[in-house]
Design a protein around this ligand. Structure first.
Ligand code: ZN
Length: 219
Protein backbone atom coordinates (compact mmCIF):
# COMPACT_ATOMS: atom_id res chain seq x y z
CA UNK A 1 0.00 0.00 0.00
CA UNK A 2 1.25 3.50 -0.83
CA UNK A 3 0.81 6.23 1.77
CA UNK A 4 0.69 9.98 1.31
CA UNK A 5 3.26 11.43 3.69
CA UNK A 6 3.12 14.78 5.36
CA UNK A 7 5.90 17.28 5.67
CA UNK A 8 4.40 18.94 8.74
CA UNK A 9 3.39 15.84 10.69
CA UNK A 10 -0.05 17.34 11.33
CA UNK A 11 -2.17 14.26 10.68
CA UNK A 12 -1.91 10.54 10.30
CA UNK A 13 -0.91 9.27 6.88
CA UNK A 14 -3.59 8.13 4.46
CA UNK A 15 -3.22 5.19 2.10
CA UNK A 16 -3.50 6.46 -1.46
CA UNK A 17 -6.32 5.07 -3.53
CA UNK A 18 -6.14 6.63 -6.97
CA UNK A 19 -4.69 9.69 -8.64
CA UNK A 20 -7.18 11.64 -10.72
CA UNK A 21 -5.47 13.88 -13.27
CA UNK A 22 -6.63 16.65 -15.55
CA UNK A 23 -5.10 17.21 -18.97
CA UNK A 24 -4.69 20.60 -20.66
CA UNK A 25 -5.73 22.69 -17.67
CA UNK A 26 -3.34 25.50 -18.62
CA UNK A 27 -3.95 27.07 -22.04
CA UNK A 28 -0.26 27.65 -22.82
CA UNK A 29 0.52 23.99 -22.20
CA UNK A 30 -2.31 22.87 -24.51
CA UNK A 31 -0.91 25.20 -27.19
CA UNK A 32 2.69 24.02 -26.86
CA UNK A 33 1.59 20.47 -27.78
CA UNK A 34 -0.73 21.73 -30.54
CA UNK A 35 -3.77 20.45 -28.66
CA UNK A 36 -7.13 22.22 -28.70
CA UNK A 37 -8.15 23.95 -25.47
CA UNK A 38 -10.82 21.72 -23.94
CA UNK A 39 -14.29 23.03 -23.24
CA UNK A 40 -14.58 20.86 -20.13
CA UNK A 41 -11.99 19.06 -17.98
CA UNK A 42 -10.17 16.17 -19.66
CA UNK A 43 -9.73 13.53 -16.97
CA UNK A 44 -7.66 10.39 -16.60
CA UNK A 45 -6.57 8.23 -13.66
CA UNK A 46 -3.24 6.84 -12.55
CA UNK A 47 -3.33 3.86 -10.18
CA UNK A 48 -1.66 4.02 -6.76
CA UNK A 49 0.98 1.62 -8.11
CA UNK A 50 2.32 4.48 -10.28
CA UNK A 51 3.36 6.48 -7.20
CA UNK A 52 6.97 6.76 -6.04
CA UNK A 53 8.52 9.27 -3.62
CA UNK A 54 9.62 12.42 -5.45
CA UNK A 55 12.38 13.09 -2.92
CA UNK A 56 14.30 9.97 -3.95
CA UNK A 57 15.97 9.47 -7.34
CA UNK A 58 13.28 8.07 -9.62
CA UNK A 59 13.43 5.83 -12.66
CA UNK A 60 12.08 6.46 -16.14
CA UNK A 61 11.46 3.65 -18.64
CA UNK A 62 14.53 3.18 -20.81
CA UNK A 63 12.97 1.66 -23.91
CA UNK A 64 9.56 3.25 -24.50
CA UNK A 65 10.44 6.51 -26.24
CA UNK A 66 10.51 9.97 -24.71
CA UNK A 67 9.36 10.43 -21.12
CA UNK A 68 8.15 13.98 -20.51
CA UNK A 69 7.92 15.66 -17.13
CA UNK A 70 4.84 17.67 -16.16
CA UNK A 71 5.08 19.49 -12.83
CA UNK A 72 1.73 19.80 -11.10
CA UNK A 73 0.10 20.90 -7.86
CA UNK A 74 -1.19 17.79 -6.07
CA UNK A 75 -4.16 17.84 -3.71
CA UNK A 76 -4.71 15.25 -0.97
CA UNK A 77 -8.38 14.51 -0.32
CA UNK A 78 -9.46 13.92 3.29
CA UNK A 79 -13.19 13.12 3.17
CA UNK A 80 -15.42 11.33 0.66
CA UNK A 81 -16.74 13.55 -2.13
CA UNK A 82 -19.58 12.60 -4.42
CA UNK A 83 -21.30 15.22 -6.58
CA UNK A 84 -19.92 17.89 -4.26
CA UNK A 85 -20.47 21.60 -4.69
CA UNK A 86 -17.45 23.88 -4.84
CA UNK A 87 -17.53 24.74 -1.12
CA UNK A 88 -17.66 21.08 -0.06
CA UNK A 89 -14.95 20.28 -2.58
CA UNK A 90 -12.44 22.80 -1.27
CA UNK A 91 -13.20 21.85 2.33
CA UNK A 92 -12.27 18.24 1.55
CA UNK A 93 -8.67 19.09 0.63
CA UNK A 94 -6.40 18.29 3.57
CA UNK A 95 -3.00 18.52 1.95
CA UNK A 96 -1.18 20.21 -0.89
CA UNK A 97 1.97 18.94 -2.54
CA UNK A 98 3.76 18.38 -5.83
CA UNK A 99 3.35 15.63 -8.39
CA UNK A 100 5.19 14.80 -11.59
CA UNK A 101 2.77 13.53 -14.21
CA UNK A 102 5.37 11.50 -16.12
CA UNK A 103 4.17 10.90 -19.67
CA UNK A 104 5.56 8.56 -22.32
CA UNK A 105 4.94 11.15 -25.02
CA UNK A 106 5.77 9.09 -28.10
CA UNK A 107 3.54 6.29 -26.86
CA UNK A 108 0.79 8.76 -25.95
CA UNK A 109 0.91 10.24 -29.44
CA UNK A 110 0.61 6.74 -30.93
CA UNK A 111 -2.34 5.94 -28.68
CA UNK A 112 -4.04 9.26 -29.49
CA UNK A 113 -3.58 8.64 -33.21
CA UNK A 114 -5.29 5.26 -32.83
CA UNK A 115 -8.07 6.68 -30.67
CA UNK A 116 -6.99 4.50 -27.76
CA UNK A 117 -6.89 5.34 -24.02
CA UNK A 118 -3.72 6.93 -22.59
CA UNK A 119 -3.22 4.61 -19.61
CA UNK A 120 -0.09 2.87 -20.91
CA UNK A 121 1.56 6.26 -21.41
CA UNK A 122 0.44 7.70 -18.06
CA UNK A 123 -0.29 5.01 -15.47
CA UNK A 124 2.84 2.87 -15.67
CA UNK A 125 4.83 1.88 -12.56
CA UNK A 126 6.82 4.89 -11.39
CA UNK A 127 4.79 7.28 -13.53
CA UNK A 128 3.74 9.49 -10.62
CA UNK A 129 6.51 10.79 -8.32
CA UNK A 130 4.78 12.57 -5.41
CA UNK A 131 6.22 14.90 -2.78
CA UNK A 132 5.11 15.01 0.82
CA UNK A 133 2.08 17.13 1.63
CA UNK A 134 1.66 20.21 3.79
CA UNK A 135 -1.61 21.23 5.39
CA UNK A 136 -4.02 22.90 3.00
CA UNK A 137 -5.47 25.09 5.78
CA UNK A 138 -5.47 28.71 4.68
CA UNK A 139 -3.94 27.98 1.27
CA UNK A 140 -5.22 30.14 -1.60
CA UNK A 141 -5.43 27.56 -4.40
CA UNK A 142 -5.97 30.33 -6.92
CA UNK A 143 -2.53 31.90 -6.53
CA UNK A 144 0.30 29.40 -6.12
CA UNK A 145 3.50 29.50 -8.16
CA UNK A 146 4.84 26.30 -9.71
CA UNK A 147 8.43 26.00 -10.91
CA UNK A 148 10.64 23.28 -12.30
CA UNK A 149 14.38 23.75 -12.69
CA UNK A 150 16.23 21.10 -14.71
CA UNK A 151 20.02 20.93 -14.62
CA UNK A 152 20.15 24.50 -13.34
CA UNK A 153 17.83 25.99 -15.97
CA UNK A 154 14.26 27.11 -15.39
CA UNK A 155 12.05 24.79 -17.46
CA UNK A 156 8.52 25.27 -16.18
CA UNK A 157 6.96 28.25 -14.48
CA UNK A 158 3.30 28.93 -13.91
CA UNK A 159 0.70 30.04 -11.43
CA UNK A 160 -2.42 28.15 -10.39
CA UNK A 161 -4.38 31.32 -11.16
CA UNK A 162 -3.96 30.43 -14.84
CA UNK A 163 -5.87 27.14 -14.60
CA UNK A 164 -8.69 26.89 -17.12
CA UNK A 165 -10.76 25.05 -14.49
CA UNK A 166 -9.79 26.29 -11.02
CA UNK A 167 -9.42 23.92 -8.06
CA UNK A 168 -12.92 24.29 -6.58
CA UNK A 169 -14.71 23.77 -9.89
CA UNK A 170 -12.31 21.00 -10.89
CA UNK A 171 -12.89 18.96 -7.71
CA UNK A 172 -16.63 19.49 -7.94
CA UNK A 173 -16.59 18.30 -11.56
CA UNK A 174 -14.44 15.26 -10.79
CA UNK A 175 -16.65 14.26 -7.86
CA UNK A 176 -19.64 14.16 -10.16
CA UNK A 177 -17.96 11.37 -12.13
CA UNK A 178 -15.52 9.62 -9.80
CA UNK A 179 -16.21 9.56 -6.05
CA UNK A 180 -13.09 10.88 -4.34
CA UNK A 181 -12.13 9.00 -1.19
CA UNK A 182 -9.84 9.92 1.71
CA UNK A 183 -6.31 9.33 0.48
CA UNK A 184 -7.08 10.02 -3.16
CA UNK A 185 -4.90 12.54 -4.96
CA UNK A 186 -5.86 15.06 -7.63
CA UNK A 187 -3.20 16.38 -10.01
CA UNK A 188 -4.35 19.74 -11.28
CA UNK A 189 -2.57 20.05 -14.62
CA UNK A 190 0.74 21.36 -15.83
CA UNK A 191 1.85 24.79 -16.98
CA UNK A 192 3.86 25.11 -20.20
CA UNK A 193 7.46 23.97 -20.53
CA UNK A 194 7.05 20.20 -20.52
CA UNK A 195 9.87 18.26 -22.09
CA UNK A 196 11.76 14.98 -22.15
CA UNK A 197 13.85 13.71 -19.24
CA UNK A 198 17.26 12.13 -19.49
CA UNK A 199 19.01 9.84 -17.08
CA UNK A 200 21.13 11.92 -14.71
CA UNK A 201 18.92 15.03 -14.85
CA UNK A 202 18.96 17.05 -11.66
CA UNK A 203 15.54 18.53 -10.87
CA UNK A 204 14.24 21.10 -8.42
CA UNK A 205 10.47 21.40 -8.17
CA UNK A 206 8.87 24.19 -6.16
CA UNK A 207 5.32 24.89 -5.04
CA UNK A 208 4.93 28.46 -3.81
CA UNK A 209 6.91 28.95 -0.64
CA UNK A 210 5.57 25.66 0.76
CA UNK A 211 7.57 22.93 -0.89
CA UNK A 212 10.92 22.59 -2.63
CA UNK A 213 12.16 19.18 -3.73
CA UNK A 214 15.57 18.31 -5.15
CA UNK A 215 15.69 15.02 -6.97
CA UNK A 216 17.39 13.14 -9.78
CA UNK A 217 16.45 10.94 -12.73
CA UNK A 218 17.96 7.48 -13.09
CA UNK A 219 17.31 4.66 -15.54
ZN1 ZN B 1 -0.44 16.35 -16.60
Amino acid sequence: MVYAHRLDGSNSDLPIGKVVCVGRNYAEHARELNNPIPTEPLLFIKPATAIVPMEQPFTIPADRGSCHIETEMALLIGVPLTSADTVQAVAAVVGVGLGFDLTLRDLQNDLKAKGQPWEKAKGFDGGCPLSGFVSAAGVDFGNIDLRLTRNGELQQQGNSGDMLTPVAELLSYISGIFTLMPGDIVLTGTPAGVGPLDSGDQLTAELGCFISVNTRVVT
